[in-house]
Design a protein around this ligand. Structure first.
Ligand SMILES: NC(=O)c1ccc[n+]([C@@H]2O[C@H](COP(=O)([O-])OP(=O)(O)OC[C@H]3O[C@@H](n4cnc5c(N)ncnc54)[C@H](O)[C@@H]3O)[C@@H](O)[C@H]2O)c1
Length: 441
């Protein structure tokens, strides 16, 4: 399962040899650890156009709380935040080039470039054109910048609602999220946590498919953030499930999520306050080209990956099982966004998850104060991808802007950001955790 090529290119002979042969040289990413939980260094704050985010409680104040030293000039910034919310025409768009052209080369390895944009104004086609232009700009810069640096576009109208998102993007937790466009605003209530290091303290989270892989990492990350975790997986995985739940001080709920009464059984197993975070992570693949796909392969994948997500979400929402301020995070996949040969069943199920998220998000926020988002993992190093034939596996690993596969913890950190009490403004988003995979980019 280990990426031996990445380890090799990190050694002196490996660096020498791969440079001589003109082979890719992926950068070992800086991820969160208890010893190095945040970046240290300078954040270069630039702007293009006249920003509506200025003001005493505006963007500068939020950036000042990230722990980085905010500067208007920097020789070696670990992060650059370009405020382009005031870009409204071709002239102010040129300021984006003027601001970033001289500094992109100086950004530190594994650093961040974050461009802030405004929502598209459909009554002003000049503003809409140049704000849309930022998407092509960010996605292209993400592909060319290299050195493990990620590039993201964040659309916002107000800085405070974006604090949890900016803290996530400006930390090692977002190491494998690049080339993304994230919109903020119009969701549910934004609640700043008493302690930013334990944002989920006092909250209860349920993670499906928690016995191993990404689900296990999600449960561990939510527990790290203070949540009481309820770990759900099939009864056949009860031993692994007990061990995960025991290690995290949580509870195990052995249950097949496709059971017709799964929603009721989850409700019965919950503490009296109900759930604050529901993570639909359980998923299966049964790959075949459509011509060879027996109906059982179709129905089992659709049942686990989509129908059970719809059923349990409906059951929990209608019974009041999700507290106000709750968060639902579902798991899509880049295969669902781009399509993949041999995966008509899987891609249909995961595209369905994206549809569910987009349609339910505004209603769930209005009626229940609950946000609904999805993570869409790319190539993540798990047992699922270890089973992929070597050549396809190696292609999957390298065909992204960071030149390597992601780790389960990358999906887990993204889930934890979406589950954050201050992420109420993030709603209806499908966020790829794929190192900017070329698949469907
Ligand atoms: N690994 C990747 O590269 C990748 C890429 C894109 C999306 N995903 C998605 O991420 C999620 C987790 O993937 P993973 O790689 O950790 O997979 P995995 O196979 O390692 O783990 C999935 C877990 O879900 C559980 N599960 C399956 N059916 C269930 C059911 N009916 N009821 C309860 N639990 C059930 C399994 O027992 C298992 O523990 C899935 O939804 C998958 O589709 C993974």
């Amino acid at each position: 399962m280990a990426d031996r090529y990445l380890s090799f290119t990190g050694t002196t002979p490996g660096r020498f040899l791969t440079r001589r042969l003109g082979l890719p040289q992926p950068t070992a990413l800086h991820r969160w650890s208890a010893e190095h939980p945040s970046f240290t260094g300078e954040l270069l704050h630039l702007s293009a156009g006249k920003s509506p985010l200025d003001g005493p409680d505006g963007l500068a104040a939020v950036l000042g709380r990230t722990g980085l030293a905010v500067r208007a000039r920097s020789e070696r910034p670990v992060a650059v935040v370009l405020d382009a919310t005031g870009v409204t025409d071709i002239d102010t768009l040129a300021e984006v080039h003027a601001a970033l052209h001289p500094v992109v080369r100086s950004v530190a390895r594994s650093g961040r470039v974050i461009v802030l944009g405004a929502p598209l104004d459909t009554t002003d086609h000049h503003q809409a054109a140049v704000q849309q232009a930022l998407e092509g700009f960010v996605r292209s810069l993400g592909k060319e910048i290299g050195r493990g640096i990620t590039v993201t576009l964040l659309r916002l109208t107000e800085a405070n609602a974006a604090e949890s998102t900016l803290r996530f993007l400006l930390s090692p937790k977002s190491a494998y999220v690049s080339g993304q466009v994230i919109g903020i605003g119009g969701g549910a209530e934004v609640t700043a946590p008493a302690d930013w290091a334990l944002p989920l303290a006092g909250r209860t989270a349920l993670v499906t498919g928690a016995a191993r892989g990404i689900g296990e990492a999600v449960a561990a990350t939510l527990a790290r953030d203070g949540a009481r975790v309820v770990c759900l997986d099939v009864p056949g995985a009860a031993v692994e499930l007990d061990s995960v739940a025991g290690r995290l001080g949580g509870t195990a709920l052995p249950l097949d999520i496709t059971a017709p009464d799964a929603g009721a059984r989850i409700l019965a197993a919950l503490p009296s306050g109900g759930l604050d975070v529901l993570v639909h992570n359980a998923g299966i693949t049964r790959d075949r080209r459509l011509v060879n796909m027996a109906v059982e392969r179709w129905s089992s994948v659709l049942d686990v990956n989509l129908a059970s997500v719809l059923r349990t979400t409906d059951a929990l929402l209608s019974a009041g099982g999700l507290a106000t301020g709750g968060r639902i995070v579902a798991t899509a996949s880049i295969a669902g966004l781009a399509g993949n040969a041999g995966q008509t069943n899987y891609a249909a199920s995961k595209a369905g998850v994206a549809g569910l998220v987009r349609a339910l998000a505004p209603n769930a926020a209005a009626e229940h104060g609950v946000t609904v988002n999805a993570v869409a993992p790319g190539f993540i190093e798990t047992k699922m991808t270890a089973a992929v034939p070597l050549f396809i596996r190696e292609a999957g690993r390298r065909m992204n802007s960071l030149g390597q596969g992601g780790l389960p913890v990358d999906v887990a950190e993204t889930t934890a950001w979406l589950a954050h009490p201050a992420s109420g403004g993030v709603n209806g988003q499908v966020v790829r955790v794929c190192g900017q995979s070329l698949l469907g980019a």
